[in-house]
Design a protein around this ligand. Structure first.
Ligand code: H79
Length: 589
């Protein structure tokens, strides 16, 4: 083909490619919309383990053990567990009641354990008769009834599917008491059970909001087979982060905190935390430690104030009833949501951080202050809000304006004593423009180091505050010089400081150059591999002199453009060696 001919073809194809790419990203953005707005979902852990309810042959699962793990806990032989599962007969199950309960609580999506680690399907499956419709006298398809009831109530139906772990299947992961691990054919399990059952779920239950995978999987290639199947059958369906290998770069459309986890600060990526109402996911007759409605509401606010979603679990009993205390808690949460939902749905993370009295969320030109406690003088103080406040009032009584105080950059709102809500008082600040914070200032103690991590930083470009499965937070997704992370310091102890940087990096990022700017000083270094993502190591970058008291900007960025993530950055520490002419803590580790 002639050069000019191929140029012509390229010219014709390239704009087309952009259209395709743009359409692709529009779908990608659009499909997160409900997740971003809806905030609150119901998790349902239900299976044969609910029948055991935390007890096997007179032995109860130890405190802290989760009832859905009982088969593994007592190494119950497949044969016996299967026998037990014949007894599952939830005659009191009413799908409408589940969907209505979720709706009444203010929840917008529902995730059913379609198959948990025990391998039993709570849906009619042609892949394996070990399912609720074929294996039990109940004979009905629980997933189907729930999917339909959810649709009627406007709740998004979603499924949990344990894709790697399967204690029933000879090839599945986790059962070492019936099956010899050396003889396992995991590939066969993937090909003949796990992937085909996921196909059934994606085919027979209408549009799914998301698929919730658990415990990761051995290789990225395996994870991609699950992702591809979801994309093939339901391109709009979201995939949670646990689909992938925990040791590698996270996959999926959003990330999950650890079970029952709470992040310390906001993240830039989409995230959700799965939590349970008591101490177990599957029903246990021994666990009556229910969280109070106030606690649940405050958790919800805390999560939403950090940009996340709250997936809150109930564990129905084997007969199909939802434990009465959990219904009572959810109904009270719902009563609060009825009144205060505006301060939750469709909001984003609070740009101005956390307060001793509570948290905040923002939407449009409004800041919602959620006060969990009444400060002694009844004044909610908000430091660092840049915007002018036009009006303040309780969400419940917009007509009655509250007094706004402003003093040296701190905005205060006085809430009269008689108008405090016992759970959470929501005050609306109507502000001028989109709510923004003043740059955060990091101060130091007498001779303490500056520890610069994700909490106090600003990200720019594609650099992103992220979470990893080991429960750590870091900066990732940065490839080019404009992808930066920075901090504003207030130096009060001039002197010489030793600089340490802690990060994790794979071989693919090795030797990439990065720059650390500390005021006018520039340190240039190359990334060293630490083995893998999540294997963090500390590197000594030498010393710098912080010459003056006052503000100082610290910034890190890739030195050159590249395609690989620069590193998973955890922290930069400036450790005083000599400060103000006196000897600091030289040689400290
Ligand atoms: O489905 C719920 C859990 O069963 C599942 N994820 C949530 C949403 C989960 N899978 N793995 N894990 C949780 C972590 C495993 C923890 C364990 Fe244990 C520690 C397994 C054995 C020891 C906890 C304590 C469960 C049994 C004893």
């Amino acid at each position: 083909m002639s050069h000019s001919k191929s140029r012509q073809i390229l010219r014709a194809i390239v704009p087309l490619m952009w259209v395709v790419l743009a359409a692709g990203s529009a779908v990608a953005q659009d499909k997160m919309e409900w997740f971003r707005n809806d905030k609150f979902g119901m998790f349902v852990h239900w299976g044969p383990y609910s029948l055991l309810a935390g007890e096997w042959k007179g032995h109860r699962t130890p405190a802290g053990d989760e009832a859905e793990w009982i088969m593994q806990r007592f190494n119950i032989p497949v044969k016996e567990y299967r026998e037990m599962a014949h007894g599952l007969n939830p005659v009191k199950f009413d799908a409408n009641q589940f969907a209505k309960l979720a709706k009444a609580a203010g929840m917008k999506y529902l995730v059913l354990t379609a198959k948990h680690h025990d391998g039993f399907a709570m849906f009619r499956s042609l892949v394996s008769t070990y399912n609720i419709a074929d294996w039990t006298p109940f004979k009905r398809d629980i997933a189907k009834e729930l999917a339909e009831a959810c649709r009627r109530e406007g709740i998004r139906f979603c499924v949990y599917y344990s894709h790697r772990e399967d204690w029933d299947d000879p090839g599945g992961y986790g059962n070492h008491w019936d099956y010899d691990p050396a003889k396992k054919d995991f590939e066969k399990y993937l090909r003949e059970k796990s992937l085909p059952q996921l196909r059934e779920l994606l085919t027979n239950y209408g549009p799914l909001g998301l698929v919730w995978f658990d415990r990761g999987i051995d290789t990225t290639e395996q994870a991609k087979r699950f992702i591809d199947l979801v994309h093939e059958l339901q391109p709009q369906c979201l995939i949670n982060g646990r689909v992938g290998n925990y040791g590698h770069e996270l996959l999926g459309d959003y990330q999950n905190m650890n079970d029952n986890g709470m992040p310390t600060g906001g993240l830039d990526e989409y995230w959700e935390t799965p939590q349970t109402l008591n101490g177990t996911w599957g029903y246990s007759k021994f666990d009556q430690e229910w969280k109070t409605p106030a606690n649940v509401i405050q958790r919800l606010v805390e999560i939403v104030s950090k940009g996340g979603n709250y997936l809150l679990n109930i564990g129905p009993m084997a007969d199909g009833t939802v434990p009465a205390p959990s219904v009572a808690v959810l109904e009270q949460v719902g009563a609060w949501m009825q009144k205060n939902g505006e301060s939750i749905y469709g909001t984003s993370a609070c740009p101005v951080g956390q307060f001793p009295w509570g948290r905040c969320t923002v939407k449009g030109e409004r800041v919602y202050l959620h006060a969990f406690q009444r400060p002694a003088d009844g004044v909610l103080r908000v430091g660092g809000l840049r915007n002018e406040v036009r009006a303040a009032y309780l969400l419940q009584t917009p007509g009655r304006k509250l007094e706004v105080l402003s003093q040296s950059g701190v905005t205060g709102v006085r809430v009269p004593a008689q108008r405090w809500d016992a759970v959470s008082t929501v005050v609306v600040l109507e502000v001028k423009g989109k709510p923004e914070s003043e740059p955060k200032l990091i101060t130091q103690g007498s001779d303490s180091p500056f520890v610069l991590d994700y909490l106090g930083c600003e990200t720019a470009g594609r650099a992103m505050k992220r979470f990893n499965r080991d429960g750590k937070f870091h900066i990732g997704r940065w490839t080019n010089p404009e992808d930066q992370v920075s901090w504003n310091l207030l130096v009060s102890q001039p002197g010489r400081y030793r600089v340490h940087m802690r990060y994790a990096a794979r071989e693919a990022s090795a030797r990439r150059k990065y720059v650390v700017e500390i005021g006018e000083q520039r340190l240039q270094n190359s990334v060293e591999t630490t083995g893998d993502w999540y294997q963090y190591k500390t590197f000594d970058l030498g010393t710098v002199t912080l010459a003056r008291n006052g503000p100082l900007k610290v910034l890190i960025r890739p030195a050159e453009a590249g395609t690989e993530n620069l590193m998973y950055f955890e922290s930069l520490t400036l450790e005083p060696e000599t400060v103000s002419g006196q000897l600091g803590r030289v040689g400290r580790q």
